[in-house]
Ligand binder design. Structure first.
Ligand SMILES: O=P(O)(O)OC[C@H]1O[C@H](OP(=O)(O)OP(=O)(O)O)[C@H](O)[C@@H]1O
Ligand SMILES: Nc1nc2[nH]cnc2c(=O)[nH]1
Ligand SMILES: [Mg+2]
Length: 185
């Protein structure tokens, strides 16, 4: 799916595909350097982080293991409920492991602050965060993030894993939606 397939639903492209891919290579270079000689587990947060996990993992030169958690704090729309639920836990025992949580976006920070707290209670050697996007103006819970792709304005974005009511995850860029798509919300 691309901009042309969206008709009038697309308001604007915020971060084009080439910029995303260049940034992911840059992040991978930093992670390669920081975790050289270690045994890193990267943890993707379903479903939004699927694209960044897939591209980041392939851009890394170090060997990593991959696991997934599914947590949800958002309903069908654009507002966080503030209540985080575990929908799928890790398959891996992370005690003593170096863990890097990979996320698509930090908005309020509620999802990751809950998740990091949850993972730290399992006695890992280290837990760090890599997020493709962050909204500095929206953050309600400050979070220590080691790797950030882009700081973006406080707008609801879609594409590259990020959905609106489960739509538009399969766009290769980050964009914003035209007002008419949200309807009466
Ligand atoms: O910082 P926050 O305000 O908590 O928002 C960020 C989280 O919200 C989205 O996930 P969502 O819960 O919508 O599920 P999804 O990844 O399956 O789309 C996004 O992928 C992050 O995980
Ligand atoms: N699609 C999408 N999901 C989010 N979850 C938290 N913030 C956002 C956002 O801006 N877009
Ligand atoms: Mg998510």
């Amino acid at each position: 799916m691309d901009a042309a397939d969206m008709g009038t639903d697309l308001e604007k492209v915020l971060i084009p595909e080439e910029e995303l891919q260049a940034k992911i290579k840059e992040l991978a270079g930093q992670i390669d350097a920081d975790y050289a000689g270690r045994n890193l587990l990267i943890v993707g947060v379903l479903k939004g982080a699927v694209m960044i996990m897939a591209d980041l993992a392939r851009a890394l030169h170090i060997e990593v293991q991959m696991d997934w958690m599914a947590v949800s704090s958002y309903g069908a729309g654009t507002k966080s409920s503030g209540v985080v639920r575990t929908l799928k836990d890790l398959d891996t025992d992370i005690a003593g492991r170096d863990v890097l949580v990979v996320e698509d976006i930090i908005d309020s920070g509620l999802t990751l602050s809950w998740l990091i707290h949850n993972l730290r209670s399992r006695d890992p050697a280290s837990v760090e965060i890599c997020t493709l996007l962050r909204k500095p103006e929206a953050v309600k819970v400050p979070i220590d993030v080691k790797y950030v792709g882009f700081d973006i304005p406080n707008e609801f974005v879609i594409g590259y894993g990020l959905d609106y009511a489960e739509r538009y995850r399969n766009l290769p860029f980050i964009g914003t939606l035209a007002r008419h798509v949200y309807g009466a919300e």
